[in-house]
Design a protein around this ligand. Sequence first.
Ligand SMILES: CC(C)(COP(=O)(O)OP(=O)(O)OC[C@H]1O[C@@H](n2cnc3c(N)ncnc32)[C@H](O)[C@@H]1OP(=O)(O)O)[C@@H](O)C(=O)NCCC(=O)NCCS
Length: 172
Amino acid sequence: MKNNSCQITFRLPEKKDANTVKQLIENSPPLDINSVYCYLLVCTHFANTSILAENSKDICGFISAYIRPDRNDTLFVWQVVVSKNYRGKGLATDMLKSILRRTYPAPLHYLETTVNPSNISSNALFSGMARSINARIVKSPLFTESDFGNSEHEKEILYRIGPFDILKKEKI
Ligand SMILES: CC(C)(COP(=O)(O)OP(=O)(O)OC[C@H]1O[C@@H](n2cnc3c(N)ncnc32)[C@H](O)[C@@H]1OP(=O)(O)O)[C@@H](O)C(=O)NCCC(=O)NCCS
């Protein structure tokens, strides 16, 4: 991290983290708030592709992600959150890189996510990430407003970042 005075460690999320992760998401608009059941699934079935950042007592960051079932070289990043006091220090970028450095059954060459056009920080995060690993971004519409039915929801633009080579496994 840019601020090395923070004693932050990364680990896989566990079942016991699901409620706290939901609270962190609730405190972090504009993220969609999902059910505890959903975060329980993320913290169990998708733990190996997700990450949790914590200091001595608090969870300060979380990313949910999974390998696309139809493309085993593509990591899809679903929700990224950093608690307010820890933003702007490179934590989200470091968490993403840490997930990419793990060993997977098939090598990862692409990272995908969706970004709402109004989410400046999300766009900045993934644009910066692509720059730092020398990968291009291809942007295309994935979900329109009407795909969300009556729930008012901005459209979601797919960012496909890559191809990239496996990141070196050096420590952050
Ligand atoms: C988006 C979010 C996860 C970024 O976390 P972070 O730890 O502050 O991000 P980083 O410090 O790694 O910053 C990554 C890049 O984004 C830029 N950035 C971060 N927040 C920004 C903001 N509000 N405005 C403009 N740029 C911003 C940083 O300057 C950095 O750019 P660089 O690579 O050119 O240096 C955090 O702001 C957050 O939790 N927001 C609320 C939830 C959300 O919107 N999540 C994203 C959608 S899934």
